[in-house]
Design a protein around this ligand. Structure first.
Ligand code: APR
Ligand code: PHB
Length: 390
């Protein structure tokens, strides 16, 4: 098989890139090691920036999103019992965020790809990128026991944090920057109406908690937990008790609990690989960077990478201009680092760190007091949360 761009990984990054390139007349194939059902089984965050929504519309896969998604004009921070409303719309001059699960984004992208006859190869074993330091890269994999080869002009590494693409780059050619946080998030999804119309981010002595949602009838909650904790040790009752402890009293009273549809623990990490380009291999999304979920930036950063990368391929193939491809890494990383900073800042402010002493506690209180008293400070938070311009 021969294509212009071979894409490794069928998460949101790979599917979105494939769809946008297809619509511009550039042929791609997506090779994924898991099954479609497995990919759809992963529950991840659910807050979309307007730039992400616009890109999904450009990719012609936003009709269900436009029908079903919830528009949020603000959210609350509850800091050690004090509640502060962040009015995104007012602070940003009209912007809001869209609440729509990443699982649904992935499902819509899969359907859009299939409707256009895109080639998606699931359950491909031993996927490997080759020759990307030269002129003739190719991808090999095994499917149903048979060796396969895809020749291409370029390889897009959209294979997530544990993927093969970044790992195939010679060690000396890549710099990585990392912070691993000393806690995780225990998340629970339940078929109950959300406790509030908007998200509530709670900082509490016992640890962070978040009230989020997927729809008017399905909610998603998180509590900060230790890295050594196991989901099996968290009965639904234990989860609800702990969440109630950490919520402001009115929310704790209003909370509607129910059986968990899904419950899992995720570690928190900040990670960036530089550069994001190695010859004819381009990394995008989680393959190149990870943010802790506190700022809801993971999927949105993947989308902004794909915005830059798809535009660069389109300029190259359709206008003969390779400049955007040459500058892809530099352009994408500028925005990545701003989102890294914001996610790190939100995480730092709202979580309980065992190592924090009285000095840090007072700095955090001062940070929250400054948010309360200064519109400029809230504006900075709001413009990062709704998404910086591309
Ligand atoms: N070969 C083929 N596919 C692979 C390989 C491999 N060696 N390794 C991983 N993959 C696949 C994974 O199975 C997964 O489906 O690559 C895909 C990567 O998808 P994601 O991890 O969802 O990454 P991305 O598409 O960049 O989306 C970023 O996902 O983790 C969240 O917070 C993140 O919301 C953000 C979004
Ligand atoms: C979620 O709904 O899963 C979610 C929302 C906001 C975040 C993180 C996760 O910051």
């Amino acid at each position: 098989m021969r294509v212009q761009v071979a894409i490794i990984g069928a998460g949101p990054s790979g599917l979105l890139l494939s769809q946008l390139l297809h619509l511009a007349g550039i042929d791609t194939v997506v090779v994924e090691r898991r099954s479609a059902a497995y990919v759809l089984g992963r529950i991840r965050a659910g807050v979309l920036e307007h730039g992400t929504v616009d890109l999904l519309r450009r990719a012609q896969c936003a009709s269900r999103l436009d029908d079903e998604a919830l528009i949020h004009d603000g959210f609350d921070i509850a800091f050690l019992g004090e509640r502060l409303h962040i009015d995104l719309k007012d602070l940003t001059g009209g912007s809001s965020v869209t609440v729509y699960g990443q699982t649904e984004v992935t499902r819509d992208l899969m359907q859009a790809r299939e409707a256009l006859g895109g080639t998606l190869i699931y359950e491909a074993d031993d996927v490997q990128p080759h020759g990307f330091d030269g002129e003739r890269p190719y991808v090999t994999y095994r499917k149903d026991g048979a060796e396969q080869r895809i020749d291409c002009d370029y390889i897009a590494g959209c294979d997530g944090y544990h993927g093969i693409c970044r790992a195939s780059v010679p060690k000396g050619a890549i710099n990585t920057f990392e912070r691993v946080y000393p806690f995780g998030w225990l998340g629970l999804l339940t078929e109950r109406p959300p406790v509030s119309d908007e998200l509530i981010y709670c900082a509490h002595e016992r640890g962070f908690a978040l009230c989020s949602m997927r729809s008017q009838s399905r909610s998603r909650y998180y509590v900060q937990c230790g890295l050594d904790e196991r989901v099996e040790d968290w009965s639904d009752d234990r989860f609800w008790d702990e969440l109630r402890h950490r919520l402001p009293a009115p929310a704790a009273q209003a909370l509607q609990t129910g059986p968990a549809i899904e419950k899992s623990i995720a570690p928190l990490r900040s990670f960036v690989a530089e550069p994001m380009t190695f010859g004819r291999l381009f990394l995008a999304g989680d393959a190149a960077h990870i943010v802790p979920p506190t700022g809801a930036k993971g999927l949105n950063l993947a989308a902004s990478d794909i915005h830059y990368l798809s535009n660069a391929f389109i300029a190259h193939y359709n206008d003969g201009d390779a400049g955007l491809l040459d500058r892809y890494s530099e352009t994408a990383l500028k925005r990545v680092w701003k989102a890294e900073r914001f996610s790190w800042w939100m995480t730092r402010l709202l979580h309980t760190f065992d190592a924090d002493d009285g000095f840090v506690a007072r700095l955090k209180q001062a940070e929250f007091d400054y948010l309360k008293s200064s519109r400029a400070s809230r504006t900075s938070l709001a413009e990062n949360y709704v998404g910086l311009p591309y």
